[in-house]
Ligand binder design. Structure first.
Ligand code: NHR
Ligand code: GAR
Length: 220
């Protein structure tokens, strides 16, 4: 990845693609260190495909059901990423578990947005599980993708309160607003080289306001 030019990003989706839209919106700023060069969906009916096409971004469908194995699907996925000359891969609601063979080829260059404060609630149905546990703070995480499902090194997190009348849907909506803020930021940090994966850890420089806290329930 040479310095100076914008890093080429491919976005992997399986559905609606609202996180993909947030990444596209951030990339419109001239100072953004990345550009979205392609969107790949494993589902032909993913709503995000239309949105991407409307934005003038190249889209490709790789229907996993047409392959005999995960490896055969991933081989075509890998080749497609090479055709797009992707520097970085952003998994934005991408719902296929990837094998170690594939993740190792993109290690340090592939990010995922996950709807929980990892390492809590890896996997699926995160909002329902958080409500069942009665946690008062929930959130989302962007991490590097490794073979360890939802276990790769963390890049950025955002926390939100859980409210008494929350359902999985209302909680998902609150978390999703924060996903749209932190995913573009994480991609910028990696694309600019400020943050990187090294020896299995996220290293680099970042700042955070040490006075900020999400307190739930409120103290007043
Ligand atoms: N693959 C690896 N190796 N590592 C990660 O960290 C990954 C990954 C693939 C996807 C996203 C993840 C999430 O953020 C992700 C992270 C799908 C499933 C799943 O069970 C689990 C976690 C995630 C995504 N998928 C089913 C499967 O058999 C299919 C479910 C469906 O199609 O609806 O692949 O939560
Ligand atoms: C997002 O909430 C994302 O965090 C989650 O799916 C939603 C996709 O929404 N990802 C996973 O659950 C990965 N297993 P989007 O398509 O509108 O971005």
């Amino acid at each position: 990845m040479t310095e100076g030019r914008r890093k080429r990003v491919c976005v992997l989706i399986s559905g609606r693609g609202s996180n993909m839209e947030a990444l596209i919106a951030a990339a419109r700023r001239p100072e953004c260190p990345y550009e979205i060069v392609g969107v790949i969906s494993n589902r032909p009916d993913a709503g995000g495909l239309e949105t991407a096409a409307r934005e003038g971004i190249a889209t490709t469908v790789i229907d996993h059901r047409k392959f005999d194995s995960r490896e055969a699907f991933e081989e075509v996925l890998h080749e497609t990423l090479l055709v797009f000359a992707a520097d970085l891969v952003a998994c934005a609601g991408f719902m296929r578990i990837m094998t170690a063979g594939f993740t190792s080829r993109w290690e340090g260059r592939m990010l995922n947005i996950h709807p929980s404060l990892l390492p809590l609630y890896r996997g699926l149905h995160t909002h329902q599980r958080a409500l069942e546990d009665g946690v008062r703070i929930h959130g989302c995480t962007v991490h590097f993708v490794t073979a360890d499902l939802d276990g790769g090194p963390i890049i950025i997190q955002a926390a939100v309160p859980v409210l008494p009348d929350d359902t999985p849907d209302t909680l998902a909506t609150r978390v999703l607003r924060q996903e749209h803020r932190i995913f573009p930021r994480a991609l910028e940090l990696v694309a600019s080289g400020r943050i990187r994966l090294e020896n299995g850890r996220t290293v680099g420089t970042w700042t955070a306001d040490p006075e900020i806290a999400v307190v739930s329930p409120s103290l007043d």
